[in-house]
Design a protein around this ligand. Structure first.
Ligand code: TYD
Ligand code: MG
Length: 455
């Protein structure tokens, strides 16, 4: 027979321990432990699992008959793409993001635009009146959308029974509580139990479920990490609240690739899909300014051009300041060391500020060459020709390393009217011979790139 055991669970990472700690040994969070009771299955009972019993027979993979999961369009092309071609029946999708980023707006838009479908939008955060006001801004619905302001899970299921929707949206999981759990909404146990119940519901009914989860400043879904393991798909909504652009990225997807990403613009009438991000991210100034270099980057599977801006000034204090927005600071420090070695950059005497325009965060190493060029341009106070762009990873010894999908990058630069692109020499041979109206310059070392840019 089972017996009860007490464990202490960290509300930040979900790790459990036999005793509570002030600081979680697993994730380092402070004062994050709550007590929980678990049923312990006795080892002898589990051992019965080795006995012969009726089970599903393993099948040879090449003989398994399968069918593609049919997809349900959400009425939002970008979202469909990130989901891997639309929603899958019975799947559970978690949309995470910081408060105020636009999660509720996104799901409400979906709820209003899934034409011909019936949607139940249950919100524990806003009143029906508030949701209606938002819906008015977003536009006329083409779907049959029902809204309910509710925080009790059992009541939401009762509404599902009444409405019989094609899609259920729960906003947000942190505000929902089940009556069977004696804990307040937002606690680990509530989040875990409610999401498990919603998952069971999705799998049994075949109705897809969207759940919204707030993320903490550190970037993890608030409450237990286990939420991410339970759901089929985790979409993260990112961006700076002070900028217009929002990026929706798949962090986990059981039904598609995690490379996909969608870009939206927050407008007065909700979120608008951005089909050509490069045009928005470049400042299109005719004036040539020092400290600016254009990088061709690939985020997800899409190439686009971003402006890297840098300001280098003399250090006024004893130690130089370094700041990077939208770019990894450690990587920038590494690139500065390369500059010191290869271009006589006086590292201890210079403050360096770096910014990726548009509030975007880039993680593609191919941005390196533009970062290093922007810094040098500011330091020399020499502008780079505004018709030149570049792509290339910079290695520790100043070598320009090859990048992925060079054809796509060069094509994007040509499409936007650039005259010249600097690319890693190694990549040159991968380009097809036919010229696409842009001069391609292969470079092997940073010094070569600098000569091409500054003469
Ligand atoms: P919201 O979707 O409520 O964010 P979340 O659910 O992630 O907390 O809204 C985000 C912000 O967007 C909010 O400050 C208001 C703004 N907004 C617009 O600018 N235009 C609009 O059409 C809507 C609906 C919201
Ligand atoms: Mg919200």
């Amino acid at each position: 027979m089972g017996k009860d055991k007490k464990v202490y669970v960290c509300t930040e990472c979900g790790a459990d321990f036999p005793k509570a700690y002030g600081k979680c040994p697993a994730c380092g969070a402070w004062n994050s432990f709550v007590e929980q009771t678990v049923k312990v299955e006795l080892a002898s009972k589990i051992a019965h699992g080795f006995e012969r019993r009726d089970i599903r027979a393993p099948q040879r993979v090449d003989l398994v008959k399968y069918h593609e999961e049919p997809r349900i369009g959400t009425g939002d092309r970008e979202l469909d793409r990130v989901l891997g071609g639309g929603l899958v029946k019975g799947s559970m999708v978690l949309i995470g993001g910081e408060p105020g980023i636009g999660k509720s707006t996104l799901v409400l838009q979906v709820a209003l635009r899934m034409s011909g479908k019936k949607i139940l939008y249950a919100s524990g955060e806003e009143s029906v009146n508030q949701i209606k006001m938002r819906a008015e801004r977003v536009g006329k619905p083409t779907s049959e959308c029902y809204i309910v302001s509710e925080t009790i899970l059992e009541n939401i299921f009762a509404s599902v029974h009444d409405v019989n929707p094609d899609l259920l949206i729960v906003d947000s999981i942190q505000t929902i509580a089940s009556e069977t759990v004696e804990m307040s909404a937002g606690s680990v146990t509530q989040i875990r139990e409610c999401s498990a119940a919603l998952l069971k519901f999705a799998k049994e009914s075949g109705i897809p479920v969207f759940i919204i989860g707030h993320i903490t400043k550190e970037g993890s879904i608030a409450g237990p990490k286990i939420l991410e393991h339970i759901v089929d798909t985790v979409l993260q909504f990112e961006g700076d609240r002070h900028y217009l652009y929002r990026i929706l990225r798949a962090h986990k997807n059981r039904f598609g690739s995690t490379d996909e990403l969608a870009i939206y613009e927050m407008s007065g009438s909700g979120l608008r899909e951005v089909e050509n991000p490069s045009e928005l991210l470049l400042s299109h100034s005719d004036q040539e300014l020092s400290g600016v270099a254009i990088a061709v980057t690939i985020e997800g599977v899409r190439p686009f051009l971003v402006e890297t801006q840098s300001l280098v000034s003399s250090t006024a204090f004893n130690y130089p300041q370094r700041s990077a927005t939208g770019f990894d600071l450690r990587r920038m420090n590494m690139l500065l060391a390369v500059l010191e070695k290869r271009a006589g950059f006086k590292l201890p005497q210079k403050d360096v500020f770096l910014n990726i325009a548009g509030g975007l965060k880039v993680s593609d190493p191919a941005v390196d060459l533009a970062v290093i060029s922007a810094i040098l341009s500011s330091n020399l106070d020499l502008a780079i020709d505004s018709k030149i762009c570049m792509t290339g990873e910079v290695g520790l010894s100043g070598e320009i390393r090859p990048v992925s999908r060079i054809e796509q990058r060069v094509a994007e630069a040509a499409k936007l009217g650039f005259k010249k692109i600097l690319i890693p020499q190694y990549n040159v041979s991968q380009l097809s011979k036919k010229s696409c109206g842009i001069e391609v310059v292969g470079v092997t070392r940073v010094e070569e790139a600098f000569r091409a840019l500054f003469g």
